[in-house]
Structures are given as structure tokens and as C-alpha cells.
Ligand binder design. Structure first.
Ligand code: HEM
Length: 186
């Protein structure tokens, strides 16, 4: 590598590191700035029906996130009794990750257009903020997967952070809705 390339490489890395923060901040800004449209629908459902559908789709998303954890543990040889993961496990992990991302989009789109980012009570604030962080975490995960020169712990840390963001977003709204407007601790 030429000496002049080093600072440029560092700058490029810093730009990549800023992307997840920019995604999170951009969503937060949009959610605070735009006027909520409470009449906004989701696949032909409105109001409480739309929220029920979001709670069901959100639970499917949480299920996919847990599948991803199991597949990741298998790839890292941490799945008890499973041995080494065959090569297709990696492909399945990528496909399930893409499916989870696509599934999240209509849900989040409805949330952010119908309500935006609300900070009115602690549960709704946790949900709104983790909803924005979730997409920053998605961006971080993809960046870490693509940058092979990062330390070995970066990928599991990024994956765990993403799963935590999905779980908290699900817990604070989807589980709350399906459990009769009840989420212990929030
Ligand atoms: C940009 C990301 C997101 C933002 C800013 C956001 C924000 C919001 C807000 C403000 C509400 C209304 C809360 C209320 O007033 O009761 C809401 C409702 C809801 N959200 Fe999200 N959300 C996001 C992503 C998601 C995702 C990924 C899921 C699925 C896990 C989800 C599931 C739900 C459900 C089921 C409801 C209805 C229950 C409720 O009213 O809390 N949201 N969201």
C-alpha cells in the first residue's frame, strides 16, 4: 500500500462508521418533523386493524430474528449438538436476513407515516427510538459483513445489537398490543 493511501483508508472507514448513525438520525428527524397521518393504512387495514396486522407481522419478524440467532450460533459452532454448519447455512442466513429486512419495511413505513416518532410516554418513546435504531443497526450489520478486515468480534456484536433492537421494538409495541396493551416494565 502507498503511504498516501493510509489516511484515505481511515477517512473511508470513518464514513462507513457514520452511515448507521446517519440512518438512525435521519429516520428520527423525519419521524419528528413530519405531520402524522392517522388515516394511513397497511395492506387495506386501518386504525386498530392495521395495528393488529403490524403486531402479527412484527411477531413474524421477531421469529425470523430468532432463526438468525440460531443459524449464527451454528456457524460459530456454538449450537449444542449441531457440529459444524454445512455451507448452505450461510446462504440461508443471508436469505432470511433479506426476508426480515423486507418484512420490516411496510410495518415501519406505516408506523412512521401514521404516527412518526412519539415521545409521549416511556413505552412509545422506547418503541419509536428503537424503531429508528433498528435501521441503523441493519446498516451497521451489512457494512460489517462486507468489510472483511474488521476484527472477528465485530460481526457477532453487530448481529447481537440488531437482534436486540428488533426484540425491543417488537416487545414495546407488537407484544404490548397482542398482550392486551400490556408490556411488563414499560
Ligand atoms: C422507524 C421505525 C418505527 C417507528 C418510528 C415507530 C413508531 C411507532 C409509533 C409512534 C407508534 C404509535 C404508538 C402509540 O401511540 O400507541 C407505533 C405503533 C406500532 N408499531 Fe411502530 N415504529 C417503528 C417500527 C416498527 C417495527 C419494526 C415494528 C415491528 C416489530 C413496529 C410495530 C408496531 C406496532 C405493532 C404498533 C401498534 C401498537 C402501538 O400502538 O404501540 N413498529 N410505532
Amino acid at each position: 500500500m502507498y503511504p498516501a493511501e493510509r489516511p484515505r483508508l481511515r477517512q473511508a472507514r470513518a464514513l462507513w462508521a457514520l452511515l448507521p448513525i446517519a440512518v438512525t438520525a435521519g429516520l428520527y428527524w423525519f419521524g419528528r418533523a413530519h405531520s402524522p397521518d392517522y388515516t394511513s393504512g397497511l395492506f387495506g387495514q386501518y386504525g386498530d386493524d392495521a395495528n393488529r396486522l403490524k403486531a402479527q407481522l412484527g411477531s413474524a419478524l421477531e421469529g425470523l430474528a430468532l432463526v438468525q440467532v440460531a443459524l449464527a450460533l451454528w456457524m460459530y459452532r456454538r449450537l449444542p449438538g449441531a457440529g459444524a454448519a454445512p455451507r448452505p447455512v450461510r446462504t440461508v442466513h443471508r436469505a432470511v436476513g433479506l426476508a426480515a429486512f423486507l418484512l420490516s419495511l411496510p410495518i415501519a413505513y406505516h408506523c412512521i407515516t401514521a404516527y412518526g416518532v412519539e415521545l409521549s410516554d416511556s413505552r412509545v418513546a422506547v418503541h419509536s427510538v428503537t424503531g429508528c435504531v433498528l435501521y441503523g443497526a441493519f446498516a451497521a450489520k451489512v457494512i460489517v459483513v462486507r468489510h472483511r478486515r474488521l476484527p472477528g468480534w465485530a460481526l457477532p456484536v453487530a448481529g447481537a445489537f440488531l437482534v436486540c433492537a428488533i426484540t425491543l421494538t417488537w416487545y414495546s409495541a407488537a407484544l404490548w398490543f397482542l398482550d392486551g396493551h400490556h408490556a411488563p416494565g414499560l
